[in-house]
Design a protein around this ligand. Sequence first.
Ligand SMILES: [Zn+2]
Length: 319
Amino acid sequence: MSFSRIIGYERNVSLLRRALATGKLSHAYLFYGIDGSGMKEAALALVEAVFCNGTDGCGECPSCRKVAGLRHPDLHHVQPDGAFIKIDQIRELQKELSYRPFEAPKKACIIEQADKMNTSAANAFLKTLEEPSGDAILILMTTHVDAVLPTILSRCQQLRFPSLSTETIASQLREKGADEDSARIAAALAGGSIERAQEIVEGDWLQTRRSLLERITALSPEEIIPLFAAAEEAAKDKDSAIHLVDLLNVFWRDILLTQSGSSEIVNTDLSPLIRSVAERNSLDRVIEKLERIARTRQALTRNANPRLAIEVLIMSLAD
Ligand SMILES: [Zn+2]
């Protein structure tokens, strides 16, 4: 994964390239932004570039491959052990950083979910930031920058990886060979995440979407068994439940748009279904359904039981 393959964050990439070219890399970076933004790819690309002698990693030499596979002896990788990053993990990191690099010009470390350091780990890590041993490069990543200690934040150069616009995502997907419909629908469903958009295009979600929406909109509250079967099938875990809710959100927004006379809908391939649902529901009912969808999404992010939440939602969406 070299910089050239990172999508949508040109500003961050050019900043890192310039720092590499001028020998002005920071000792510590903090990458923060949304889940699935490609922060980790950017971190790996930076380490590849540092290790592979140049302003860009080639992505092909043994060093680049080992970095990409997180098995380079000079790249230390830290992620939460259970709920937290613990002090033992930081001590281990400090020990690693105190050795001379084996193959690379310097040591590197990638810390995922850096906000998950418990207090003792964070305090120990602060020492590493204050008195870096040797010439290592530290890259911290988080989707919850507010939860990182201010004393850690202030010692890192911060790069933000925000949600990408649907236009940016759709054009990137088209560039990679997705057809017009898939690119537009995947971009609308991806919540600003290029990774999620690629998953949608490459997986079978676009195919299952149609039958799922047809079944959900055809359900009547009396058909309790197919209702629960649909819920069980669609909400195996929190992530898939959220994906389903996002799908329903875009679909019911299309219905609202159709009712207000707009043709700018996302699911153009489902327009007959959308029109028929729009005709049998009043505007107030559609708005109420969109509100329920929004509330369910919120509950899911707060760890509501996915199956139960989806069952209740699907029941309330049934005509
Ligand atoms: Zn290389």
